[in-house]
Design a binder for this molecule. Sequence first.
Ligand code: NAP
Length: 285
Amino acid sequence: MNVFVIGIGLIGGSLAKDIKMLYPQSKLFGIDSSEMHLKQAFSLNIIDEMASMDDLYKADWVIVAVPVDVAVSLVPEVLDKIPSHALVLEVGSTKAALCKAISKHKNRRNLLATHPIAGTEFSGPKAAHCGLFKGKTNIICEIDKTAFPIQEKALKLFAALEMHIRYMKPKAHDKHIAYVSHLSHISSFMLGKTVIEKEQNERDIFDLAGSGFESTVRLAKSSPAMWTPIFKQNKTNIIGCLEEYIRNLKQFKKLIENDKYDPIFKELESTNKIKEILNGIQFKQ
Ligand code: NAP
C-alpha cells in the first residue's frame, strides 16, 4: 500500500509513524515544501521516500496535513491527481472553507474531511510521535459526501488508532472549536505577550514564574505559520468568542476595582465546575 503524506510535520509525521506500525507492508512517501523537513523525516525513518505531487498517480492513501490556507488550494490539486480508488484524508483545524472549496470537485467522494483533536505546541517531523491520536476525538465532517468504500477504509484506520469519532457539520465544527481551541490559543498568546512586555522592565517576573504560568502559556509556543491562517479562516467565530471573553475580563476587573470579593468568590466557585466537565471528558476517553 502506497501512503503519501503531504506536510510531514507534527500531525502528518505522527500519522505516518502510526500507519507504518499498524500496516508494516505499507510504503510511506513524503511531500513537503520544506526540504529540511523532508530530509529530517527521511533520516528519522518516518518516510521511506521523498516524492512530489506528480507521483500521486500511484497513491492508495493520501494524508494532507498542511496549514489550513494551503489545504484549500492544495486539496483540489490532490483530487485531480489521484487514482479512482484512493482515500484522501485532510486533517486541518478548520473545516468550512475546505469543504466549500472541494464541494463541486469531480473527485469529492475520495476525500474525508477530519479534524483530529490531538496535538502539541511543537511542530515539524522531529515533534512527530507514535500514539499521538490514541484515545483522542476525531471530528468527521460531511461523511455522506465521501464514497462508502473510502469511508470504510478511513474508519478502520481510526479504529486501529483507537480514536473516538464525532460527526459534525463544517460550520458547527468551526463555531465550537473556536471556543475550546482557538480562544485558548489566543488567550495563551496574549498572556505571554503581556508578561514579555512587562518583563522588559521587570527582570524578576520570569524568575518567579511557576508551573501555573508555564502551563497557561504553553500554547503560546505554537507555530504562527499554522495558527495565523486558522484565525483568518475562522475570523467571524473568533471575534464572537473574543467579545464574550473580553466582557468577562472587564466584568472581573470591575469587581476587583469595587472590592466585590463575595461575587468574585462566587464567580471562581461556579467556574470550578470545569473540573467535573473535564473529568467527564477524560472518563469518556
Ligand atoms: P507542522 O508541524 O508545521 O507541519 C506542516 C508541514 O507542512 C510543514 O513541514 C510545512 O513546511 C509543510 N507545508 C507548508 N506548506 C506546504 C505546501 N504548500 N506543500 C507541502 N507542504 C507544506 O504543522 P502540524 O501541527 O502538523 O499541522 C498540520 C495540519 O494539521 C494543519 O492544518 C493544522 O491545522 C492541523 N492540526 C494541527 C494540530 C496541532 O495541534 N498541531 C491538531 C490537529 C490538526 P514549513 O514548515 O516549511 O511551512
